[in-house]
Design a binder for this molecule. Sequence first.
Ligand code: SME
Length: 163
Amino acid sequence: MAETTLDLRHLPKRDAYATLRENCVEVLRGVNDDVTKMATLSCLVHHAFCHLWTGFYRVVEPGALLRVGPYQGTLGCLEIAFGRGVCGAAAATGVTQVVPDVHAFPGHIACDGRSRSEIVVPVRDAAGTLLAVFDVDSEHPAAFDDDDRDGLERLLAAVFAGG
Ligand code: SME
């Protein structure tokens, strides 16, 4: 399976996400286990772009609490309340948060001091229930844009909501 962990940094972002989505759907074909899906996406997204931190915070108390799930990177904080930091904002609003400068985001939680920008995408199942948020951090300022938002939202929908 080593060849399925692709480095996609040489491609324009939209092409990279299209390739990544195909790869993830193929690798996870027939899998019906959210932890397996989260671990696999963390790995493939992280290595596709060489991010700083890539992973999931799961909803463990709907409307109240997120707890860390599968991820790649340095130690992530274990629990985040809805509404706190970027992950908590994504969970509370249900809207993807693109943060070009984490230091300018009120309440940002600094798990890794090297983080400069981040994107956090809500993850829903086919019924629309919020399962988790997907958090990607970069050591580069303003690393994420609308192509990342679109690419990650489509990837997560394909894997967790069946399209
Ligand atoms: N930066 C996040 C916290 C999680 S970590 O960076 C892994 C936030 O403010 O929500």
